[in-house]
Design a protein around this ligand. Structure first.
Ligand code: MN
Length: 258
């Protein structure tokens, strides 16, 4: 074994590296995105017991689960969006596995999002962050901390007569990240990687359009971003190997030095 991996195992065992779970619970209570009624909705989670130490299976317990691919803490593959549909290696089963692991860059806009639920990150915000923390490195996961994961019930989708109001990325920020930096993708605490009002933007759903058109990924409904440093974590986000999958629920883990 290399010294690097030996140190990693020792540091994990001794608690010098902590594994932080960035995943929300996945169950029948998990909220799903609300689309305008002209579009097909994604179903929520259903679970049916196959057997539970009973006559259907006396020694074992297991369930059948049903849900949309984009439910709870989940991964968006480039093929999810029409702009990424013809890219190579664009689905959950064909993305090279090395692209599921990378350094975490946490941009904290929790304060801005608390006062303005429609807050949008701009390139100027990113460059101000880089002025303190250094350039976003190659292969990074850029994680937008909004503390939105602390909300529950109707406050999570935060919808009114004009639709959902949740923070996200300005079109120029998504363009900056794919053109001026070389990232794996972005992660958010909200139900999707676009802002709540993004369906009505000049380019509708600009983050999906731009990220996936550039072969980048998305992570939605993350939590515990407040437990990560701005830089220095390692993010592991590997979706299910669904054949031609557009995404999947997944367990997102962060390795953090203590
Ligand atoms: Mn999604």
């Amino acid at each position: 074994m290399t010294p690097t991996l030996s140190h990693l195992i020792a540091d994990l065992a001794d608690g010098r590296i902590e594994v932080v779970d960035l995943t929300i619970p996945l169950g029948i209570e998990t909220q799903v995105i609300a689309l305008p009624p002209i579009f097909a909705p994604s179903p929520g989670v259903s679970m049916q017991v196959i057997s539970q130490y009973d006559e259907m299976g006396p020694g074992w317990y297991w369930n059948t689960i049903t849900m949309g691919e984009h439910t709870g803490t989940h991964f968006d593959a480039p093929v999810h969006w029409v702009t990424g549909k013809d890219l190579p290696h664009n689905a959950t089963d064909t993305i090279p596995p090395g692209r599921f692991v990378g350094p975490g860059c946490v941009i904290d806009v929790a304060r801005e999002s608390a006062t303005d639920p429609d807050f949008l990150l701009t390139p100027e915000h990113i460059q101000a962050w880089e002025g303190v923390n250094g350039l976003i490195p190659r292969g990074a996961w850029v994680l937008l901390r909004t503390d939105w994961s602390t909300r529950s019930g109707a406050d999570f989708l935060n919808a009114d007569a004009t639709g959902p109001h949740t923070p996200g990325f300005h079109q120029r920020a998504s363009e900056f990240l794919v053109r001026e930096r070389d990232i794996l993708g972005v992660g958010v605490e909200t139900i999707g990687t676009d802002a709540g009002q993004a369906g009505g933007f000049p380019v509708p759903f600009p983050n999906h359009t731009i990220m996936h058109g550039a072969g980048k990924f998305g992570l939605a409904s993350l939590c515990n971003l407040d437990r990560l440093p701005a830089t220095g974590s390692v993010i592991i986000a590997a979706p299910l190997k669904l054949v031609r999958g557009s995404g999947s629920p997944l367990r997102v883990l962060a390795l953090v030095a203590r």
